[in-house]
Design a protein around this ligand. Structure first.
Ligand code: NAI
Length: 418
């Protein structure tokens, strides 16, 4: 295995400073790190982490290392790497393979390099390590105890593999923990998606018609924050329950084609493919802005948009201009890749504190219990989820109410009525 593939080791000091800043906002992960330092539960465990290379991830990696793990890190998206963070980790002797703006081919070469560590545990954000091991390195599968998956799209891929009987080792769906999804996907994606759009465009949200496509956890957070900035919200959904929730949250709900005609700014967060297609681009207003914050860049049909464009040019950094035959210009941000990571810093450390606390504890759980698990996708054990919530409240200095013995009995009985 190479030592690292990074942009420039000279960026390490800048990266270390920013990692330290994030560390100070991740108290739960720090508590777990201190525990790991004492107990060394991951001694000798080889881990491949295919995660967004950010300051928060750096803190997860060093916490796992404090627990005794040997880790190789590759990016989980070609545009999400923070090069100073990659340099800082490489300078600490952590094999890191990630350069912002790497090509798709380089992306997979980096992952291949990380896999050379021969993992006992895999950490994914989008299931690329698992997919690569299952297709290219079947010989390594028997050595893997288990894996963790960070995001909705990855969990969907893994459930499909498990249903086909194709999953060769157990995986914990870290994404689905309450202390991950309700905070990271909602408040993290909500805030950082707006941050990415503002960095790329600096447009005023107040008074704009903003169309959020997908009203899951990420969509709820994104709509909430856009509304807070004074935008008029339109939600596009395929699920009747989620659509109804959006209506009662005060948003207009309509099909994509109707929304395409009236939106000024479009944000996709569905985890689905081709949710905005040529028929939608064709009816958009002049200078409509389109961004994606879902995991893969397939939410926007960019090949379709290219095929109907008479001109394509880079308007400015992170903004591509597509001119259509009717003269209208459509602006695509960050090549349709997740805008919160490509054009901003990704999620704030306070939410990643909980997501990565779940990751760290889930890795320990896999190491301790993986041999007893089937080759399925498992939820994060509820004790871990509850512990992360309690530690977070504690770190925030918030004390909550406790059930009295009488209340506890009442809530667990069926004999007590009026
Ligand atoms: P979710 O499953 O809670 O929500 C997705 C919603 O999109 C669902 O309500 C679904 O009905 C809807 N949907 C699917 N196809 C649609 C279509 N054609 N038109 C309209 N709505 C459609 O998923 P969640 O957690 O909100 O994640 C969404 C995506 O964001 C996933 O790809 C996930 O991996 C990614 N993600 C990105 C993050 C980031 O940092 N940018 C962070 C967390 C998740």
């Amino acid at each position: 295995m190479k030592e690292h593939i990074i942009k420039d080791i000279a960026l390490a000091d800048a990266g270390k400073q920013r990692i330290e800043w994030a560390r100070r906002h991740m108290p739960v992960l720090q508590k777990i790190r201190e525990r790991f330092e004492k107990e060394r539960p991951l001694e000798g465990i080889n881990v491949v982490a295919c995660l967004h290379v950010t300051v928060e991830t750096a803190n997860l990696i060093t916490a796992l290392r404090a627990g005794g793990a040997n880790i190789a890190l590759a990016a989980s998206n070609p545009l999400s790497t923070q090069d100073d963070v990659a340099a800082a980790l490489a300078s600490e002797g952590i094999p890191t393979f990630a350069i912002k703006g790497e090509s798709d081919q380089e992306y997979y070469e980096c992952l291949e390099e990380a896999i050379k560590i021969k993992p006992h545990v895999t950490l994914d954000d989008g299931a690329d390590t698992i997919a690569t091991l299952h297709s290219e390195h079947k010989d390594l599968l028997s050595g893997v105890i288990g894996g963790c998956e960070e995001t909705t799209t990855g969990v969907i891929r893994l459930r499909a593999m498990a249903a086909d009987g194709a999953l060769a080792y157990p995986v914990v769906a870290v994404n689905d923990a309450d202390t991950k999804m309700m905070f990271d996907n909602r408040y993290g994606t909500g805030q950082s998606t707006i941050h990415g759009i503002l960095n790329a465009t600096n447009v005023l949200f107040a008074g704009k018609t903003v169309v959020v496509v997908g009203y899951g956890w990420c969509g709820r957070g994104t709509a909430l924050r856009a509304k807070g900035l004074g935008a008029n919200l339109v939600v596009v959904e395929v699920n009747p329950r989620k659509a109804l929730e959006a209506v009662m949250d005060g948003y207009r709900v309509m099909p994509m084609l109707d929304a395409a005609r009236i939106g000024d700014l479009f944000i996709t967060v569905t985890g689905d493919m081709s949710v905005i297609r040529t028929e939608h681009f064709e009816v958009m207003r002049d200078q409509a802005i389109v961004a994606n914050s879902g995991h893969f860049n397939v939410e926007l049909d960019l090949p379709g948009l290219s095929s109907i464009a008479v001109g394509i040019s880079e308007m400015k950094e992170d903004v591509m201009e597509y001119t259509l035959t009717n003269g209208n210009r459509i602006y695509i941000l960050a090549e349709g890749r997740l805008v919160n990571l490509a054009s901003a810093f990704g999620h704030p450390p306070e939410v990643m504190d909980m997501s990565f606390a779940n990751q760290a504890l889930a890795v320990r759980y896999i190491v301790e219990h993986g041999d007893k698990l089937d080759n399925q996708v498992y939820p994060v054990p509820s004790e871990i989820d509850e512990e992360v919530a309690s530690l977070k409240l504690d770190a925030m200095g918030i004390t909550i109410e406790k059930l009295t013995a009488e209340q506890d009995e009442y809530l667990h009985s069926w004999t007590m009525g009026t």
